[in-house]
Structures are given as structure tokens and as C-alpha cells.
Design a binder for this molecule. Structure first.
Ligand code: ADP
Length: 231
């Protein structure tokens, strides 16, 4: 799914607004959280511990949203470095392996070319891959069925690009979800922020690359990230 120019403007504007107000919202949230915690013993005595639990959860959720924005919506140019894309992917897999195990899925890595080099902001691109791998684990985790979850990560050269495929056999998406998945704040998860993919989309675009997605409900999802090869 390619995004329109309108969508890009919307994302850039949202990033600017968020960066400027995020700090202002974070401070009061931190003090509200502190005072709720102080109140907790009193609320428990009143039999209202459920209320404080909800308040704390909601404050944390708001904080997560702000954190993700601050972390990734900075419009600054990427800090580029020439790296082998496979090394980055192996690091992400290492980071994700224990979480994958808990969710009952296996991550497999395969490459058609060990040497593929790209000029990228390593931190940002790592975040993109992590976001997509986490979504894949969520899609497998929510299935709760007998067959094993599987995530395949495959790299190869595609013309002047490095192509990274991330495929899962999770619950997949219907066309309505697919049309919205790069929208900021679009989420189908109870505790989701809906920011992972909109942020990932922007990062990849800033690198002169693109993201494609193909999915079938009940079968699985395949993301393809294209990044220009290093000179
Ligand atoms: P979040 O993970 O917080 O919901 P994202 O922007 O990362 O935010 O994802 C948006 C939505 O796209 C998810 O809530 C989910 O519905 C859908 N989605 C993303 N990746 C997958 C996947 N691999 N399989 C199924 N659905 C997915």
C-alpha cells in the first residue's frame, strides 16, 4: 500500500505538534501518577483499588504514546552509517528471541546475500524491524491455536535496493484493517498505541525507501522493506 502525499503532510504535522507538547503533558502525568500511588492505600481501604489500577494503567498508556512520539517523530535527518543489513537483523532477532519463545513462535532468518550493505540510521531502522517483528508476534499470540507460530525474515538484493521480507503466519488482516494500518493511532489492540507502523513508515521514507504489505485474514502477513543499497 503506497501512501499519498496528503498522508505524508499529515504525519509531518502530527510529528511537529507532538514533539512540542509532549514534554508539557509528560510532567503533569508524572505528578498525577505519583499522587495516585500515594493515595493507593486509602483507596484500597475504601474498596476502590480497582479505580486506582485503571487510572495508573491509563496514565501509563498515555506515557507510552508520548514516549513513542518523542523517540521517533523528531524530524531530524537520519544519522547514517554504512552497515551490513544482515548484522542488524541478527541483532534484532537476538533481542526478540525470548519474547518470541514466550509467545510460542520461532524466528527464522535466511539470506540470499551475506554482503548487502546499506547507509542507514541504525537505531531508527532497528526500531522499524522491531516494530514489525513485535506486530508479527502479537498476530501469532492472539491466534492461540495449535500450529506453531513462525516468523521468517529473508533478505536479498532487489535492483538497487536491499529487500527485507518479514512474514508471519498469524491472524492476518482484513482489507479494512490493511487500508488503515499506517494511520497514526490506528490500532486493533487493547493496549496498542497505533504508532508503530506510522512511525516506521516515516523512518523508511526518510531513508529513501518504501514499505509494502500483503495480508490475508486467517493466513498471515508479509511486510517488505526496501532500502537503497550503499554506494
Ligand atoms: P499497534 O501495534 O500499537 O496496534 P501499529 O501501528 O504497529 O500499532 O499497528 C497497527 C495495526 O496494524 C495493529 O493494531 C494490527 O491491527 C495491524 N497489524 C500490524 N501488523 C500486523 C500483523 N503482522 N498481523 C496482523 N495485523 C497487524
Amino acid at each position: 500500500i503506497e501512501q499519498s502525499a496528503y498522508q505524508n503532510d499529515k504525519l509531518a504535522m502530527l510529528g511537529k505538534i507532538a514533539a512540542s507538547i509532549a514534554h508539557e503533558i509528560r510532567n503533569p502525568l508524572t505528578s498525577i501518577r505519583g499522587f495516585i500511588q500515594l493515595l493507593q492505600p486509602h483507596l484500597t481501604l475504601l474498596g476502590k483499588e480497582e479505580y486506582s489500577r485503571i487510572i495508573l494503567t491509563e496514565i501509563d498508556r498515555a506515557n507510552d504514546i508520548i514516549y513513542e512520539f518523542l523517540n521517533s517523530s523528531k524530524p531530524s535527518a537520519p544519522m547514517t552509517q554504512k552497515v551490513r543489513i544482515n548484522n542488524l537483523l541478527k541483532e534484532v532477532i537476538l533481542l526478540s528471541d525470548s519474547e518470541a519463545l514466550m509467545k510460542g513462535c520461532q524466528i527464522q532468518f535466511e539470506t540470499y546475500d551475506e554482503e548487502i550493505a546499506v547507509s542507514i540510521d541504525v537505531k531508527q531502522v532497528k526500531q522499524v524491524v522491531l516494530n514489525i517483528v513485535r506486530n508479527a508476534m502479537d498476530a501469532i499470540g492472539e491466534l492461540q491455536d495449535e500450529r506453531g507460530g513462525r516468523i521468517d525474515i529473508i533478505t536479498r538484493r532487489d535492483g538497487r535496493d536491499a529487500e527485507i521480507t518479514i512474514r508471519d503466519n498469524g491472524h492476518g488482516m482484513d482489507p479494512v484493517t490493511q487500508a488503515k494500518l499506517f494511520d497514526p493511532f490506528f490500532t486493533t489492540k487493547a493496549a496498542g498505541t497505533g504508532l508503530g507502523l506510522s512511525v516506521s513508515y516515516r523512518i523508511v521514507r526518510n531513508h529513501g525507501g518504501k514499505i509494502r504489505v500483503a495480508s490475508n485474514a486467517g493466513e498471515g502477513t508479509e511486510f517488505k522493506i526496501y532500502l537503497p543499497l550503499a554506494e
